[in-house]
Design a protein around this ligand. Structure first.
Ligand code: HEC
Ligand code: HEC
Length: 314
């Protein structure tokens, strides 16, 4: 075998693959490596073709701006009547009633959809459409590649001030099933316009004193004088807490001034998004994010390889 290996030919490669596939295990070390190389080449080719497809879709979108990817809630009649469909429905329920349904994992009184508005399917409110085709992805916050499941747990530990779900739990499966169903019309690997939040000018200096005034005038009717929220008799909210013990902790993305400002600018006051200026959104965000709230342990370990944004809390 060895002397053939010096002369790679498609025929030889095909033979090696065939030998590998029939499960013949009596390979020498150098043959095993040759098989690895073939598999590596095939995997690379697959990645290249996916990248080409993603580039094609991006080009189409640039050439045809009217045909933007549509971030929305698919018709619920498309949820299939089988076990997958049942998991999708459970995911939708968990997203909207996280506090009520998952008391062991939620440490405040929020739901996922307190921030991921309209069932996690609203553009510029960090929608989930397309995410199963975008994750796993490298995140500088923990300087490693994160699965979508790990990203969900990030929000459990910070936004929900709670504890992570077991990665192989029914509940995690339900969340991922729901996100997969939401993504049925999204191309793989393309980050859609409307992912995340609108942009705000991060060079503006926040003024929390002005922010306090804005909060009293434009936010407190719903969120309460001190951002504590308003509640039904069963403990679920009418309007969610943006501060205090029922709110997200200080390690959450929403606890960062510019990140919160980007959400507020695009989506608040509720139903009147994009009415505040960047400066007003940044001022009010610097005020409410720094009101008393749960403290995230070990947040000094975030961004272990550097690159932490300026508004990160330590
Ligand atoms: C207090 C607000 C808040 C709540 C509640 C919340 N999140 Fe998030 N979530 C965020 C923010 C902020 C981001 C980051 C958005 C960005 O940077 O574009 C985020 C990002 C995400 C992402 C990644 C989005 C992307 O585009 O990469 C996922 C997935 C996610 N959250 C899932 C959940 C789930 C599931 C829940 C409920 C268990 C939840 N979140 C609850 C604020 C929240
Ligand atoms: C008319 C009532 C109303 C007003 C006014 C309003 N909000 Fe909200 N806000 C909501 C509702 C409702 C939600 C949650 C949506 C849901 O559960 O579907 C929300 C969600 C939020 C969230 C994410 C969830 C959380 O509790 O952390 C933040 C942050 C927020 N609002 C900040 C603000 C700020 C800042 C202002 C003022 C500029 C403001 N809101 C004005 C009704 C309001």
């Amino acid at each position: 075998m060895k002397k053939f290996l010096a002369i790679p030919s498609p025929f030889l490669l095909a033979t090696i693959v065939a030998v590998g596939a029939t499960g013949i295990t009596a390979c020498s070390d150098s043959e095993t490596k040759a098989v690895d190389r073939v598999e590596e080449a095939e995997a690379l080719a697959r990645v290249k073709s996916l990248e080409a497809r993603a580039a094609e879709i991006k080009n189409d979108m640039a050439a045809n701006p009217g045909a933007k990817l549509n971030i929305s809630m698919p018709d619920e009649s498309t949820i299939p009547d089988n076990e997958y469909g049942a998991a999708v429905r459970r995911g939708l329920e968990l997203a909207n009633h996280t506090y009520r349904e998952l008391p062991n994992n939620v440490g405040n009184k929020l739901n996922c959809t307190s921030c991921h508005l309209a069932n996690g399917s609203e553009a510029y409110a960090a929608p989930w459409n397309g995410l199963p085709g975008i994750f796993p992805i490298y995140r500088s916050r923990d300087a490693r590649v994160n699965s979508l499941q790990e990203r969900v747990n990030g929000c459990f530990q910070r936004s929900m001030n709670g504890t992570p779900l077991d990665l192989d739990s029914e509940e995690m499966n339900a969340f991922i099933s729901y996100m997969t169903w939401l993504s049925q019309d999204m191309p793989i690997g393309v980050s859609p316009e409307g992912r995340g939040f609108v942009k705000v000018d991060n060079t503006l200096t926040p003024d929390p004193v002005k922010g306090k005034e804005i909060f009293a005038n434009t936010c407190s009717t719903c969120h309460g004088d001190n951002g504590e929220g308003q509640y039904n008799d069963d403990g679920t909210y009418v309007y969610p807490a943006v501060a205090g013990e029922n709110s997200f902790n200080d390690g959450a993305g929403m606890a960062r001034t510019y990140k919160a400002a980007a959400f507020v600018k695009g989506k608040m006051p509720f139903g009147q998004g994009n009415t505040l200026t960047d400066q007003e959104a940044i001022d009010v965000a610097s005020y409410f994010t720094h009101l008393p709230r749960p403290v995230k342990a070990n947040k000094d370990k975030d961004w272990p390889k550097g690159g932490a944004p300026v508004d990160v809390r330590r």
